[in-house]
Design a protein around this ligand. Structure first.
Ligand SMILES: N[C@@H](CCC(=O)N[C@@H](CS)C(=O)NCC(=O)O)C(=O)O
Length: 288
């Protein structure tokens, strides 16, 4: 249950597991002071029964971010688990640790998202193909595993739903969650991150890194779209837009993308909200 729960419920599950482990350490694994396995030199049915605890507990602990089995507190169990995992036949028939961890990470996300689905009101996205602003929201919804209904909008003939939902700008994307509309792609991303914090956090946990992420998001909001007016202008106006776009790109290359020398994405090895913010540049400026 340590794996399937969070918060207070998880705290209770951890306490219960520790109590159980204390009993096992004293009374069951306590029998192993003089022998390798419950079966003596070879594993027997008792070893097979407890066998799941070694590799599986370890993987589950890693995915939950909670360590229950402290080797200093449970040395007899840990010693036995190591011997069991290396025992003939068992060793060749254990799932790999990495595969198991990856599997439980996926399961954890499904469990948390599934639970959210039960309680969440319906989510709708008003978008237009191929608006890069719609894509920002689609990426975030998919990364967080949130089920949603996509409602394509005709921007040449705006629907009453769009006009009602975003009466100020009358633009897509609009997210409608439980009947309540939210406009502006980056505001939507922040809303999604606050409403579904457990699955795939989009902003760093560290306050300084979070501030830096917000800085680059604000920079994009202020500079990116105006700079890329190249597509909407011509002549002198376009030359000005090209100059502005180059200036913005130089700043980004040095200060924003320059920070990516040691990591793959702004989010490290996974994309985060900053990556999603700038993702539209790829869509907009890289030809097929
Ligand atoms: N700042 C907005 C920009 C959204 C935007 O420009 N949407 C365009 C489609 S790509 C739109 O709805 N245009 C309709 C119009 O201007 O009437 C955001 O980030 O959501």
């Amino acid at each position: 249950m340590v794996f399937r729960t969070s918060g207070e419920e998880q705290g209770k599950a951890v306490r219960e597991t520790v109590e159980l482990m204390e009993i096992l350490e004293e009374h069951a694994f306590g029998l192993l002071k003089e022998k390798e396995f419950f079966g003596g030199e070879k594993v027997n049915m008792v070893d097979l029964a407890y066998g799941v605890m070694g590799r599986w507990f370890d993987a589950i602990e890693e995915c939950s971010g909670v360590r229950v089995i402290d080797p200093l507190k449970f040395p007899l169990f840990c010693g036995w688990a190591e011997r069991f995992n290396e025992a003939p036949v068992i060793r060749d028939n254990l799932p790999g640790r990495k595969e198991l961890v990856d599997f439980y990470k996926r399961r954890k996300t499904e469990i948390l998202t599934g639970r959210k689905k039960e309680t969440m009101a319906d989510v709708k996205l008003l978008g237009t193909w191929p608006s890069p602003f719609s894509y920002r929201v689609i990426w975030a919804l998919k990364l967080k595993g949130i089920d949603y209904e996509y409602i394509e909008q005709d921007l040449f003939n705006k629907s009453p739903l769009l006009l009602q939902s975003n009466p100020v700008h009358k633009k897509i994307p609009v997210l409608i969650h439980g009947g309540k509309p939210i406009s502006e792609s980056m505001i939507i991303l922040q809303y999604l991150d606050e409403s579904w914090p457990e699955t795939y956090p989009l902003l760093p946990a560290d306050p300084h890194e979070r501030a830096l992420a917000r800085f680059w998001i604000k920079f994009a909001e202020e500079k990116l779209v105006p700079a890329f007016m190249i597509f909407r202008t011509s002549g002198e106006e376009q030359e000005k837009a090209v100059k502005e776009a180059l200036e913005v790109m130089e700043i980004l290359e040095e200060h924003a993308f320059g920070s990516l020398k040691e990591k793959e994405f702004f989010g490290g090895d996974k994309v985060n909200m900053v990556d999603l913010t700038y993702g539209l540049m790829g869509l907009r400026i890289v030809p097929d």
